[in-house]
Design a protein around this ligand. Sequence first.
Ligand code: SF4
Ligand code: SF4
Length: 143
Amino acid sequence: MPGLNQVDVKRIERILNIVLDEARPPVGRCRLLSSGFAPYHTLQLEENIAGFKGCIGCGNCIDACPLLAREPRRRERTPQRTSFALEALVAEDCDRCDNCVLVCPQVDTTIKHYIVNTRMVEGMARLVKKVESDEEAMMVFDF
Ligand code: SF4
Ligand code: SF4
């Protein structure tokens, strides 16, 4: 849950593109590239968690993943709702849509805006193509 001082994407652009180009869930690594919990976050906690970049287990990334939506049986492998679970459930079958990054509360808005501005059109086109080819495969299977 980043604050106002978020990562400058120009400083991490090269590594960010390497992460986003891989067919593996990118959300965990995008979290680590982010600034972490803002010091003035309103959660009432005894410990100081400013800068914490860990997964908070909200499950947003799992809910937003199109691969898990198309193949819900994958989710039966674990009830956990963390980025670690997402990595295990999706592995190298990732569609590279970047949805998981966009819905993660721990990823900086600067990174999300970079994705929306530079990669979203290409990502959605790739996803539509993937869904269409999956549907064609299902039709062949039905016969
Ligand atoms: S398919 Fe999309 S939402 Fe699912 S892990 Fe890959 S990038 Fe994230
Ligand atoms: S969306 Fe939630 S569960 Fe997924 S990596 Fe971010 S904090 Fe963790």
